[in-house]
Design a protein around this ligand. Structure first.
Ligand code: UD1
Ligand code: UDP
Length: 385
């Protein structure tokens, strides 16, 4: 039922990591149906990897644009999201649109909302490497989104400072922590949690968990990463490696081409979030170019070697649990072997550190939306357009 005193919130996301990080917000909003008319639109920039998360958090989208195409280009996703969101926004006329992070869904949805003069709330705002091509195209996606947003949900003090540096007003920024920690704690503490590992592993062997998917690592950098992984397993007979291989065909071709069929290397399809968390807990070392995993693993006391030269998430690097090693063969070999062979070096990194939140970020976002509504009054939509 439409109730003019409720704030109409449209939450939009499209990929796996956005879904993991927005699910706690959607579920927090759903607790207050008298205050919020909350709807969810998925662009389905990802399909299977998105649906895995919707199932876990029991979210049934109100709109599903079903946009994913095999090996889609940035031009295709951008225009498809922009045009798809035009239709949804015209129909829904929300008071505020919530987007997350730095994907093309995020950027193009923000642009669509801007064209309709609908305020945007940016969850995980303010992350920066200050290098427009790293990561590509994410750095510019978040710059565009932050240029448009009216409300900034900054996960850390550092991201808040970045926003102030780029002209956001202090009253627009709400320091929330990262909703990824809400999702992680929810998943780790679910009463019906499945404690089984998703694959059979040898208890006597150490586990290296690997994920790779960044566009700037396609081609030669990913070949170099895979050659190093191959060598690492071959030279360390007490090591097993699990790689849930991203569905992107550019990733699959390279990873299966070099690592397919090797003993003690398990190439598997992307895992549901719950079993993936279980695997992170079992891992001794994590190698990744993922953003979200850099935020989750330190809470689990796991050393993370990041297969990138730059990160927009410097907090865990400063705390010493995450190290940037780039997609470089020599560095991957040296740093992984150091962790495998030097217990002091391992212990120095494997300490619990969580600069990314206390698991209550989504409640702070809900409170900020309440405050936004109180400031704008019941005719928020009309007054801002
Ligand atoms: C996207 C985001 C990236 C984010 C990543 C998370 C952009 C430009 N990139 O990158 O910021 O870190 O998601 O994983 O927004 N595919 C499937 N099934 C799926 C998902 C993907 O088959 O469920 C395949 C399709 O062929 C698709 C391709 O992967 O065309 C690439 O997907 P896309 O979202 O364009 O790029 P990602 O590399 O996944
Ligand atoms: N993840 C997952 N299953 C997997 C691999 C990763 O659920 O097989 C989760 C991971 O825990 C993290 C998120 O997916 O929360 C990260 O997604 P991805 O690395 O694709 O994107 P990024 O964070 O780099 O944008």
């Amino acid at each position: 039922m439409s109730n003019p005193s409720r704030l109409k919130v449209l939450t939009v996301f499209g990929t796996r990591p956005e879904a993991i990080k927005m699910a706690p917000v959607v579920n927090a909003l759903a607790k207050y149906p008298d205050e919020f008319d909350s709807k969810v639109c998925v662009t389905a920039q990802h399909r299977q990897m998105l649906d895995q998360v919707l199932d876990l958090f029991r979210i049934k989208p109100d709109y599903d644009l079903n946009l994913m195409r095999p090996n889609q280009t940035l031009f295709e996703i951008t225009t498809d999201v922009l045009m798809g969101m035009k239709t949804v926004l015209e129909k829904e006329q929300p008071d505020v649109v919530l987007v997350h992070g730095d994907t093309t869904t995020t950027m193009a949805t923000s642009l669509a909302a801007f064209y309709m003069k609908i305020p945007v709330g940016h969850v995980e705002a303010g992350l920066r490497t200050w290098d427009k091509y790293y990561p590509f195209p994410e750095e510019i996606n978040r710059v565009v989104t932050d240029g448009i947003a009216e409300l900034y949900f900054a996960p850390t003090e550092g991201s808040k400072e970045n926003l102030l540096r780029t002209g956001a007003k202090p009253e627009q920024i709400i320091l929330t922590g990262n909703t990824v920690i809400d999702a992680l704690f929810y998943t780790l503490h679910k009463p019906d949690r499945n404690g089984h590992l998703p694959i059979t592993l040898d208890d006597a062997k150490r586990l290296i968990l690997v994920t790779v998917h960044r566009r700037e690592n396609f081609g030669e950098p990913m070949l170099e990463i895979c050659r190093a992984l191959k060598e690492l397993v071959e030279k360390n007979p007490d090591v097993e490696m699990v790689i849930p291989v991203h569905m992107n065909p550019n990733v699959r071709e390279t990873v299966y081409g070099i690592l397919g069929g090797l003993p003690r290397v398990h190439l598997i399809d992307p895992l549901d979030y719950e079993p993936f968390c279980r695997l992170m807990e079992r891992a001794n070392i994590i190698l990744t170019d993922s953003g979200g995993i850099q935020e989750e693993a330190p809470s689990l006391s796991k050393p993370v070697l990041v297969l990138r030269d730059e990160t927009e998430r410097p907090e865990a690097v400063h705390m010493g649990t995450v190290k940037l090693i780039g997609p470089h063969y020599d560095k991957i070999m040296a740093e992984t072997n150091l962790l495998l062979n030097n217990p002091d070096a391992y212990q120095a990194m494997a300490k619990a550190a969580n600069p990314y939140g206390d698991g209550h970020a989504s409640e702070r976002i809900v409170q900020a939306l309440r405050d936004f509504k109180a400031k704008k009054g019941p005719v928020a939509a009309a007054s801002t357009r």
